[in-house]
Write a protein that binds this ligand. Structure first.
Ligand SMILES: NC(=O)CC[C@H](N)C(=O)O
Length: 594
């Protein structure tokens, strides 16, 4: 931006608009450039806070307002969407006597008239408030420019009377033109134009205020007409060289909006023969080139949405399934396939994903789709997603959705599938999903009694390798404790230096937000970190009635003193467990970043 400032400030070509006398008083050397991102960051260079009148740039906002206020049928019946290829003030109408489009004066005056017919006396205030919401601040009128245009606006008066003869506008022409002249006299800055552009780029939601100004439908259609007609009889060159929907104004402003990315605002009063800002055009062209902004040079590759595709054993649900269960799982490679998706699920991305997943040669018993990193899903993407589950993936494969509780808008739409009875399971986290799928595989191929029997300490991974005597001595350290179902046994925020050996029932580890991370069954232990350290990272809750052997860290210390070898072996077993967890975490990171 600064380089554009420097390079193009030396360009003094073009003329400040004179046909509206007040505009002729502008300082020809003012030059401001601003960029606003759709997450609300604004970059500025030069005179970005100098106010000037919005002029024709207002037409884009008023067209979008009309579409939302009156509906597309009503607007399109009165105003075309074709480029005119002529100057902004051309009086020529289409063969059917409609204006070519709402970006030239004929269409803009007709558009203003449509709103006036519906809103009457409140029309200008509605336009001013809408433009203010788009900019994210209260905009005011430059009364001197308004009076100047009002007294010299004969050409627009002629246009309005011509329109009225064909029913393009109705009622008092002077009253309508006052609204239109006021609309053009609203004061903005280059920063405001960038924010307005970012609001359009952000599907009609102002990224600074979070307020929705226009519907996505109105935004898409407005950007379409800006692309074909926003720069008047320079529109073809513009979309060829710059490739970003834009609207110019004789006050010296240019607003450009690149969907899903950013808004661009420039201000420099000297205009070319088309009525477009000379430095503004050069700046937009240079920035499009430098930052790859051309909307038709799309860099996003649909395949990028599928970030990982691996067998569940790369990242099993938890480190310590009991030996018999683990053997069943180890013998069933391919039983559970995990696919991680990310970014935007659109028609194109879902088409690609469907072809990858419905491949008959790679159909697992369970297909886990981890959606945790999916940010948005379009309507078409949602239709294909549902079709994929309902018809492309055969019933022999159970689709399991994970990560549906993320912050994105995808969660509620996907959970809706479950409510509609679509054959799919949904879990808040990957671990909960893969644990459920593993349980199904274990159950189908050998089954297990989940927590019904009472386990003794012999199967405890922590006590592996202890002699019978040492294990018996260790068992005497502990106290049998029982918990009702649904009780928090261990709290992450109130650490108690105790280890619990699960003898009967099921318990679960839950994150601080209450999301179930993993489930524990008899023969497993929890709280073991208390043997070496204090902090805990999760709460432990009883899922059923639970019986544990509770061993205090002090008691273990005493045991290590009286049974040093056994104590060292328990600590070594703990290190092996922690190493397994680290390997699993690393494998998961590899699977996602590979
Ligand atoms: N291109 C423009 O900005 C023209 C707007 C001006 N108010 C007019 O109607 O002529």
């Amino acid at each position: 931006m600064r380089r554009c400032q420097r390079d193009f400030a030396a360009d003094h070509s073009g003329e400040v608009a004179q046909y509206i006398p007040e505009l002729g008083k502008a300082d020809p050397d003012h030059f401001g450039i601003a960029v606003a991102t759709i997450d609300g960051h604004v970059y500025e260079a030069g005179d970005t806070d100098v106010p000037f009148t919005i002029q024709s740039i207002s037409k884009a906002g008023v067209f979008a307002l009309a579409l939302d206020l009156l509906g597309p049928d009503r607007v399109e019946a009165s105003i075309g969407v074709e480029p005119s290829g002529e100057a902004f003030n051309s009086i020529r109408l289409r063969p059917d006597n409609r204006p070519f489009n709402a970006m030239v004066n004929t269409g803009a005056i007709a558009c203003c008239g449509l709103i006036a017919t519906a809103e009457g006396d409140g029309t200008f205030e509605l336009i001013r408030a809408t433009l203010s919401r788009l900019a994210g601040r209260d905009l005011v009128v430059d009364e001197a420019v308004f009076q100047s245009e009002r007294t010299t606006g004969d050409r627009n008066r002629a246009i309005a009377y011509l329109l009225r003869t064909y029913g393009g506008v109705a009622g008092d022409v002077d009253r309508l033109l006052d609204i239109y002249f006021r609309q053009c006299s609203v004061l903005v800055t280059a920063r405001d134009l960038a924010v307005m552009g970012a609001s359009l780029a952000n599907q009609g939601v102002n990224p600074l205020t979070g307020i929705r100004v226009f519907s996505s439908y109105a935004v898409a259609r407005t950007l379409a007409v800006m692309s074909s007609s926003g720069m008047y009889d320079f529109a073809g060159e513009w979309i060829y060289r710059v490739g970003v929907p834009a609207k110019s104004g004789v006050g010296g402003g240019i607003l450009a909006a690149l969907p899903s990315q950013l808004g661009l605002g420039t201000f420099s009063p000297r205009l070319d023969q088309h009525g477009n800002s000379v430095r503004g055009i050069k700046t937009c062209e240079a920035m499009s080139e430098a930052f790859d902004l051309h909307m038709l040079s799309r860099q996003d590759d649909v395949r990028a949405c599928l970030v990982a595709d691996y067998d569940f054993r790369t990242v099993p649900a938890k480190p310590g399934r009991r030996a018999g269960e683990q053997r069943i799982l180890d013998d069933r490679s391919g039983a559970i396939r995990v696919v991680e998706l990310a970014g935007k699920l659109s028609f194109a991305t879902m088409d690609y994903v469907t072809r990858r997943l419905a491949d008959p040669d790679h159909l697992p018993d369970f297909l886990i789709l981890n959606l945790h990193r999916v940010a948005t899903i379009t309507d078409a993407g949602m239709r294909l997603f549902t079709q994929m589950i309902e018809s492309q993936i055969p019933p022999s494969t159970t689709v399991v959705l994970a990560g549906v509780d993320g912050l994105s808008q995808v969660g509620p739409r996907v959970r809706q599938l479950v409510q509609e009875g679509i054959k799919v399971r949904a879990f808040p986290t990957y671990d909960a999903a893969v644990e459920w799928a593993e349980d199904q595989v274990v159950y189908r191929h050998g089954g297990f009694a989940r927590g019904a029997e009472e386990a003794d300490l012999s199967g405890q991974a922590l006590l592996e390798g202890l002699s019978h005597e040492d294990a018996a001595a260790f068992a005497k350290l502990g106290t049998r404790v029982a918990f009702e179902a649904g009780v928090r046994i261990v709290s992450a925020v109130e650490p108690t230096p105790k280890v619990y050996f699960l003898l009967r029932g099921m318990a679960s580890a839950r994150s601080m937000t209450g999301v179930r991370i993993t489930t524990m069954i008899p023969g497993m232990a929890f709280g073991e970190l208390a043997l070496i350290d204090q902090p805990r990272n999760a709460d432990i809750w009883s899922e059923t009635e639970v019986v544990c052997l509770e061993v205090g860290a002090d008691a273990f210390e005493e045991f290590s003193r009286t049974h040093p070898a056994a104590g060292r072996r328990v600590i070594r077993n703990l290190a092996v467990l922690l190493a397994a967890r680290m390997r699993m975490a690393t494998a998961r990171i590899d699977a996602l970043t590979g």
